[in-house]
Design a protein around this ligand. Structure first.
Ligand SMILES: CC(=O)SCCNC(=O)CCNC(=O)[C@H](O)C(C)(C)COP(=O)(O)OP(=O)(O)OC[C@H]1O[C@@H](n2cnc3c(N)ncnc32)[C@H](O)[C@@H]1OP(=O)(O)O
Ligand SMILES: O=C([O-])CC(=O)C(=O)O
Length: 443
């Protein structure tokens, strides 16, 4: 391609294609589907989960500490209620999909169904993954989900019950797909030995992830427990988060579940959404490297200033792990994770890193508030540190989000199909002019 020609033409094109910023206001366009006060435009109804970050008093928005409910149950109650049970994520998925907490017997049966679907089809790994590794695991996951379409002899069936069955099959296979994508990547690109364990049918989803990832396949129950909690708190987040909304938008055309899930994975990869967990972890490492773990508040403020002026780390101007479209004061998931991280950091003798992170969080929040942009932290602020303490490689952070969020995507997909179902088709206002066609020799 003639890059110079394209670059010059692209440069000139803004004379013809520009949209003046004031037009958005004039036409009352809700950029990012957001109201004037930052709240989201209501695009649907849901009974799956509720994300609460503000309230209204006399019509005025009041910021409040964040709360997250799955089917009406507060996330902290769900996490605390599981105690040392191995199947917290499976219980959460049941709750999200069927609307109520399972009895012991129901949870066992549901877990058995998931476990039966762990194995990949014969030669799936060799044909679809090993021979075409990707340097990005999210792309690899998208390809794998689309490949699974070809192993289903009724893949286009979009009856809600069939979607449920297909979705549970995908959910069960995701940990293996994610870890095999990682193993293929490091084997191909980093010249590492190829480690392929089969998923163990008696393990929970969290246990299997650790088993599949580690060369020796072993893990402690405490490690599996923390990963189980991580899966639980990432399992759903209302119908408005970008990847769930994407899922429902794609699915509203009547297309297959594999296309919808692959689209959601593409959305979750973005650094402003699920991909923020990798960016946040890299950003914190860069900051630690720059100013040291014993940095003063002033040094931290200086780095924050550089980040905001697009002069540090990825030059995006974003402090990853901060900010949220709904939460205003706090993200309950980040609070839960912060607690888990503090406990584990004590045991693993990594308190200095934990304290750096906690201090950076409060300095950054205070800095943003002084600039008139008070921000909540979000789930991605502490998740990287938790994964790191579990010896999970950075590449796997966002794919693990996929493994967890699959339950939410599926629950919203089915809910939308059953109770809304209309094709999503908003409108855009044409703000160009009408032009005559000019013959080529006259231009
Ligand atoms: C699992 C998840 O998806 S959680 C979110 C993970 N994402 C991140 O951590 C990435 C960093 N954060 C962000 O990019 C944003 O805060 C988002 C995407 C999460 C939310 O975006 P929005 O709701 O559109 O932002 P919001 O309207 O609250 O922002 C208000 C202002 O604060 C700024 N701001 C928001 N978050 C940040 C941030 N992390 N760093 C710097 N500035 C920020 C915005 O640029 C905006 O400034 P402006 O008014 O001058 O344009
Ligand atoms: O709700 C959002 O916009 C993003 C988020 O935290 C999630 O999807 O977990």
């Amino acid at each position: 391609m003639n890059n110079l020609f394209i670059a010059q033409t692209f440069g000139r094109s803004s004379n013809y294609t520009d949209i003046q910023g004031n037009l958005f206001k004039i036409h009352d366009v809700k950029k990012g589907l957001r109201n004037e006060d930052g709240t989201g435009v209501i695009v649907g109804l849901t009974r799956v989960s509720d994300v609460v970050g503000y309230d209204y008093e006399d019509g005025k928005k009041i910021n409040i500490p964040g709360k997250l409910y799955y089917r009406g149950i507060e996330i902290s109650d769900l996490v605390n209620g599981k105690e040392n049970d191995r199947y917290g994520y499976e219980e959460t998925a049941f709750l999200l999909l069927f609307g109520y907490l399972p009895s012991d017997k129901e949870l066992k049966e549901f877990t058995t169904v998931i476990q039966k679907h762990y194995p990949l089809p014969n030669e799936f790994f060799e044909r679809n993954m090993l021979r075409s590794p990707s340097f990005n695991l999210m792309n690899s996951l998208q390809k794998s989900i689309l490949a699974l379409y070809d192993y289903d002899n009724d893949s286009d069936n979009t009856d809600p019950y069939q979607i449920l069955l297909k979705g549970i099959n995908i959910l069960a296979k995701l940990p293996t797909l994610a870890v095999y994508a990682y193993q293929s990547k490091i084997h191909h690109y980093d010249r590492e030995s190829l480690v392929i364990h089969y998923p163990r049918p008696e393990y929970s989803m969290a246990e299997n992830i650790l088993h599949l990832l580690r060369p020796g396949g072993s893990f402690t129950q405490q490690e599996a427990n923390l990963l189980d909690v991580m899966l639980m708190i990432h399992a759903d987040h209302g119908g408005g988060n970008n990847s769930t909304f994407t899922n429902v938008v794609i699915s509203s055309t009547g297309t297959d579940i594999y296309s919808a899930i692959s689209g959601s994975i593409g959305s979750l990869k973005g650094p402003k959404h699920g991909g923020a967990n990798i960016r946040c972890s890299e950003m914190i490492a860069a900051i630690e490297h720059e100013i040291g773990l014993d940095a003063t508040e002033d040094k931290m403020r200086n780095v924050i200033e550089r980040i905001l002026s697009k002069n540090f780390y990825d030059n995006s101007g974003l402090v990853y792990g901060l900010g949220h479209a709904v939460y205003t004061i706090s993200d309950p998931r980040a609070d839960l994770l912060k607690n888990c991280c503090e406990k584990l950091a004590k045991e693993k003798k990594r308190l200095e890193e934990y304290e750096f992170l906690a201090k950076f969080e409060s300095v950054a929040k205070a800095y943003m508030a002084e600039k008139g942009k008070p921000l909540s932290n979000n789930v991605d602020f502490y998740s990287g540190f938790a994964y790191n303490m579990l010896r999970i490689p950075e590449d796997m952070y966002t794919p693990l989000f996929v493994c967890a969020r699959m339950a939410g995507w599926l629950a919203h997909n089915i809910e939308n199909k059953m109770y809304d179902g209309r094709i999503m088709r908003p409108a855009t206002k044409y703000v160009g002019e009408t032009n005559p066609y000019i013959k080529r020799e006259e231009r």
